[in-house]
Write a protein that binds this ligand. Structure first.
Ligand SMILES: [Zn+2]
Ligand SMILES: [Zn+2]
Length: 281
């Protein structure tokens, strides 16, 4: 099973336009892996993409992805969906369209029923974007609770009863990767997480000192919304997970690629994502 972290950035990509902080300046000069695009994941073999942040076209190019056949959504937040115009870049052929030809093999757009309905609500003044692509024959939509193809199984675990956010359990043979990119606090309880090989998780605040020396006080509301590194480690121990990779890394955390490498050396079983990171199990 081969999985690529296409984009490891957060709501704001790194470098942030017009920002001249230390981290953005270095990212602008050096490019990847110092630069980070929006949060997304790709599963090779089944050619499946999870989420479409605004800069997903650049992420797909950077990791040299050759084909996307399925797009699954974790939830409808704009930082995970607003790059859905990539569907046009993947499938729209205006010249063939001018001759009345529709594309072969439309892309499957799928998620839990409530998430799929949310994603269909992303719209322009012309209406739902996904429904427009469906009418043009670029995509078809499907409400699912699991995806199965060849030897890959992806289960979608809802984060709460309303089921507007999903965690993905990607398994193949005896290997298991959990992908929980965003809005997963409190982390749901499920025996399905037990003994996973890797937990790739976002929704985390990294360190108490953030961008430009911002001190994260004990009563800061971000602590309620986001996990601390200690809370992530508690999840890892609770389920006997072998390794954690933290993704959705915000520019606001004020840390460069090298800072994360340094921090990894102080932690146990915990690593930080970068764009193009391949996980082979
Ligand atoms: Zn910056
Ligand atoms: Zn997010």
């Amino acid at each position: 099973m081969n999985v690529i972290i296409l984009g490891s950035g957060g709501c704001v990509s790194t470098p942030r336009a017009c920002c001249n902080c230390r981290v953005c300046t270095e990212a602008r000069q050096k490019g990847f892996p110092y630069a980070r695009t929006g949060c997304s994941l790709f599963i090779e073999g089944v050619n499946l993409l999870i989420d479409t942040p605004e800069d997903i076209n650049a992420s797909l190019n950077h990791s040299d992805v050759q084909k996307v056949e399925h797009i699954l959504y974790s939830h409808c937040d704009p930082d995970h969906t607003m790059g859905m115009r990539v569907i046009e870049q993947l499938k729209m052929d205006w010249l063939a369209d001018s001759l009345g030809k529709k594309p072969d093999h439309p892309i499957e757009i799928a998620s839990l029923p409530a998430i799929l309905e949310d994603v269909k609500k992303q719209s322009t003044k012309y209406g739902s974007m996904i429904e427009y692509y469906e009418a043009r024959g670029l995509v078809y939509t499907k409400a699912i609770r699991a995806f199965k193809q060849d030897n890959i199984l992806i289960e979608l675990v809802p984060v709460d009863e309303q089921e507007h956010v999903a965690i993905f359990i990607i398994s193949s043979d005896s290997q298991k990767i959990i992908y929980a990119p965003c809005d997963v606090k409190p982390f749901p309880k499920s025996e399905k997480f037990q003994d996973a090989d890797v937990l790739i998780i976002g929704n985390t605040i990294v360190g108490d000192i953030l961008k430009d020396g911002f001190v994260l006080n004990e009563d800061n509301p971000l602590r309620k919304e986001l996990f601390t590194l200690d809370e992530i480690d508690a999840i890892r121990r609770q389920y006997g997970i072998k390794k954690v990779i933290i993704t959705h890394l915000e520019e606001d955390w004020g840390k460069s690629y090298d800072d994360y490498r340094k921090l990894e050396r102080e932690l146990n079983f915990t690593y930080f994502a970068y764009d193009g990171l391949k996980i082979r199990l």
